[in-house]
Design a protein around this ligand. Sequence first.
Ligand code: SF4
Length: 699
Amino acid sequence: RLGNVPTPPSTRAHCPYCAMQCGMLIGGTPDTPELAGDGDFPVNRGALCIKGWTSAGALAHADRLTSPLVRNAEGALAPATWDEALDRIADAIRALQARYGKDAIGVFGSGALTNEKAYLLGKFARVALGTRHIDYNGRFCMASAAAAANAAFGIDRGLPFPLADIAEAEAILLVGSNVAETLPPAMQYFDAQRRAGGHLIVVDPRRTPTAAAATLHLPLVPGTDGMLANGLLHVLIRDGLVDEAYIAQRTIGFAAVRGAVAACWPGRVERITGVPEADIVRAAHLLGRSRSAIVLTARGAEQQAQGVANTLAFINIALALGQVGRRGGGFGCLTGQGNGQGGREHGQKSDQLPGYRSLRDPQARAHVAAVWGVDPDALPPPGISAFELLDALGTDNGPRGLLVVGSNPAVSAPAAGRISKRLRALDLLVVCDFFVSETAALADVVLPVAMWAEEEGTITNLEGRVLRRRRVFAPPAGVRTDIEVLHLLASRLGHSKGFAFDSAAAVFEELGRASAGGAADYRGISHARLDAGEALYWPCPDEAHPGTPRLFASDFPTPDGCARFHVVTPTDPAEAPDREYPLYLTTGRVLAQYQSGTQTRRLRELVDRAPVPRVEVHPVTATQHGINAGDIVTVRTRRGEATLQVHVTATARVDTIFVPFHWGGLGSANLLTNPALDPTSKMPEFKVCAARLELRVPD
Ligand code: SF4
């Protein structure tokens, strides 16, 4: 437990960063904030990681934007009034749409936005702009897990049970997640699980702190997750450890999967995945002989060009064990971004309307159009996915203008060098942010917006629990909330009425009506109920409904109530090592930085702990390349090169290097990553590509 307990009065708040949304108490002033973990909030129970307890340091940071910036005739971003900035944007939008059509403007949202902002951004794109081009950075985060969960269970909620259930599982299979560094307060549940005699099996190419704490670590070759899952299921079936009664009563499709994994015997799986046969068998036996077992996936398995298939292969295991819907058992996905769950529910995806409704469904279009007071036929058709949208910018087939809200795609998109060129090719780039991020630095107009502790709204955490975001401090003079910005822009575009909300609670009320009857039904949730202290998980269809902490206890929301197995035929990653690029490159996070680092790279305590972009290299690989700890190297792939400091560590595989993705500039991991997309989710393959290491000779 870290931080300074605020002197009363303090405000209950939540950390702005990851999907744990740890509860915090905040007091003091923006210049001298006092912050501590909220021991009464049942998810983090008072614990915070270093990012949480330093988070308030960004509020009054000297780099904070307090005035709009507009690019002037000399090509520099210069301070402007709000009217000047908004008029410039509206004039440019009108001119581009008059010349090229409605789709000339695109919108790029974020899994960091509140539910209200995500909802309003989707409405703004479809009603005020009339464009089909909207998607968001969650396409780089949660899209594969969402597609797999929808296919298997008929609904996508990251964890369909409270996080605390983890402590009750006898066995946990944790795939592609370094919880100890990415969700540190969640480790209390994993620790309790092992203290109670439970087993933790971690699947990860790196021996992370999480893997080091596990009963068993399976350090697979990057990109072989699906084959490993099939191998585990093969052993479970071979050794009679599947739940035949559950499979018969609650699922469909097992016979085909049984046939498909028959060829995935452990010796063959060892040759492909690099995981010893004995460990594959042991892991399967630990899972199959436990009364309760939870299978959890995260970005390691999901951020691949076969991310949906990988996730389905692990869902197959949870279903075959008969665990999904049982207390202390099941399948879940550990969401990444702060509102990674809510951000994917309310209509900022290219193919989606609020309530998880499909933009292709005539009934869904009619329902949402009625809430919005527009003609359903006036709603645009589905657009294209995040990377496809970014890669089309400024081309004959893509938008000529882009509005970016809460995202930094110049750093976070794969093949980031190419995407930066696309952003530069735009006729209009508008960025709403707190700081001049790498994307904002390329913009024509930058709008300074309120930060997390300066706005009202809601966030949905990794369990599907809806939380209140409260205004603790007034925003600095000159800063507006995103909700105000969208209203001001919509008004200039002739759509004042549908965007004139007097509060975030009013936006949420409309969101609830738009979501009513959809999979993610928020109709019964309100700011007032949350302020009264109710713990509300969606679906919550009416005001008397208590919310739904656990899903799938009796049936699945599919037409026949049964979950679906899926045959998974693993394929090679889009790019494998060869003579020219002999190493695997994988990317991820470190404890003391967050996402593209726009906030965390500005905080001294975090920079002290993670000061520069680095590459983790196994000692054997370092020796082979003649490099030492601290050397500056070039990591090169077919997309570009990055300049990184060497960290020699035996936690990496000999054939694999690891680069965190929190930095821009020459040290950006995404200059290297491969934008090969999953065919269903359109998730890029951040987690595996081929690379080479070169010692950088000083100039
Ligand atoms: Fe909690 Fe995540 Fe914030 Fe750390 S970054 S305090 S784990 S919400």
